[in-house]
Every structure is written in C-alpha cells, then in structure tokens.
Design a protein. Structure first.
Length: 245
C-alpha cells in the first residue's frame, strides 16, 4: 500500500431525487486518524458504506488499500474492518462466542484465545459468558468494536464509535483508538463530538452539502473557518456559511 490508504475522486450518490454525495474528493494518509464530520444526514454513513463496498456509488472512484471498491471489492474487503453506526452483534451468542465466531470467519489462528484476549482488553470479562442481547448499550458498543479488531486489519472504519457511551466508556474507546493508531492502523471515524475529533484525529474532513467543504489538520480547519477559536465554532461557521450560499 502506498502513501494513501484511501483515495476518493468525484464520488456521487443519490437516493431517488435526493443527491447526497455530489462529487466528494477525499484522501486518507496511511497510518493517519481521520475524523469525518457533518451534520445529521450529511452523508457520512453513505460515504462509509461506499468505501466499505456495502453501497455502489453512482459515479466517481474510491480506492481503498489500493483496490477500487467497485472493480475489486473482495480485495478491498480484506484490508479493512468496519464497525457500523448500528451494532451488529448476535444477541443469542455470548460475548466470547461472538468474538470467536468472527475470528473463525476471518481465519484467524487460535480464535478462542484471540476472543478471550479481546474480552479482557475491552473490560467484558465478567459478562463474557452471558448472551450479548443482555448487554447494556455501552457493552454492546465495546463488543462491536472488539469484533472489528479481529485479524488486525490495516484500515478500520468506525461510524460513530462512541455514540451512546457514558464518559468512562467513551474514554476507554478513545484509548483503544489511540493505541491502534500508535500501531500504525489507518482509522476513519465519523463523530458528532468535536472534542472526539480534536482528541483523536490528525486530519479532519467536513462533509457538507454533498462535498468535502474543508479538510486538513485542526489548525487548518480553524483557519478555513476564519480563525475560529475551537473546532465546534469552526463546525458551526463552516456549516452555516455554506448553507447561506
Ligand atoms: N438507503 C437509503 N435510501 C434512501 N435515502 C437514504 C438511504 N440511506 C441514506 N439516505 C438518506 O441520505 C441522507 C444521508 O444519510 P446518511 O445516513 O449518510 O447521513 P449521516 O451523515 O450518516 O447522518 P447521521 O449523522 O444522522 O448518522 C439522509 O437524508 C438519509 O435519509
Ligand atoms: Mg450516519
């Protein structure tokens, strides 16, 4: 894989009459943490779905880990894992069984050991043997993220990884994301929390009205919002100015 883990050019996607992505250009450097910001309905999940081969784009190109997601989806899929906005665990299986199942599906050696290690790492040891359907929202979210780490993918997509978590749970997830980034995993996360983007991301991309309205490090984003004092102010400034035009 080259310098860029993800390269998106002129990506368009409509649902019927609703044009959601209107020519998205977007690049993610290998080993970086990129936060994709945007108001509700901006198209963040749509973009992530295209990048993870769940949805086909109408036009434009998206290359993930060197593979075009339309022409070589199977190869692209081997390079990434995704934790969706909506939890995807099996409610009948225990936490441990959920993890071991994914480990087997991904042909990871010693699936049971891998599952047990992740259960411990994500603070789910006491609940390991209980059906995941009985977990709290925060526990389900942690299990879901643990599942995405199996097989050590080079790129991880996290769609609102901390939505619905209490402050302690959020801090735990931040620590895991920081650790992954430290090991060189490329991370793309969407979030509604500006402090999350500020804490984790080295690159921020703002999706607004169907295009990437701003992309860069935090300082660049503040500058492009007319020297906004913080990311939250920048977010409001950029989403308001654009809306007025
Ligand atoms: N399968 C679909 N069919 C029709 N419309 C859709 C579909 N998926 C998404 N949309 C619409 O596309 C727009 C973008 O949705 P999307 O879920 O990508 O936004 P988002 O930025 O992830 O929002 P949120 O912050 O609420 O998660 C919304 O108006 C949504 O209603
Ligand atoms: Mg979404």
């Amino acid at each position: 894989m080259g310098d860029l883990a993800i390269e998106v050019t002129g990506l368009r996607k409509s649902f019927g009459d609703l044009a959601v992505l209107k020519g998205v250009d977007f690049a993610v450097k290998s080993g970086s943490v990129t936060a994709l910001l945007g108001v509700n309905g901006a198209g963040k999940t749509t973009l992530v779905s295209i990048l993870t081969t769940v949805l086909p784009p109408d036009s434009g190109t998206a290359v993930v880990a060197g593979f075009d997601v339309v022409r070589e989806p199977a190869k692209a899929r081997q390079a990434f894992a995704v934790t969706g906005q909506h939890v995807t665990i099996d409610a009948v299986l225990t936490g441990l069984e959920n993890l071991a199942l994914i480990a087997r599906l991904r042909h990871v050696p010693k699936p049971k050991q891998v599952a047990a290690a992740l259960i411990g790492q994500f603070g789910l040891t006491e609940a390991a043997g209980k059906p995941a359907g009985t977990y709290s929202g925060g526990m389900k979210r942690r299990l879901d993220i643990a599942m995405s780490l199996i097989g050590e993918p080079e790129i991880i997509f996290l769609d609102e990884p901390t939505t619905g978590l209490d402050p302690a749970g959020r801090r735990d997830v931040w620590a895991f994301i920081g650790e992954l980034a430290h090991h060189g995993t490329t991370i793309v996360l969407t979030t509604q929390y500006m402090e999350e983007a500020a804490a984790l991301a080295d690159t921020i991309a703002l999706l607004h009205q169907g295009v990437i309205a701003a992309q860069g490090d935090q300082a660049a984003i503040l500058k492009s919002a007319g020297d906004a004092p913080d990311l939250e102010a920048a977010f409001f400034a950029l989403t308001e100015t654009e809306a007025a035009s």
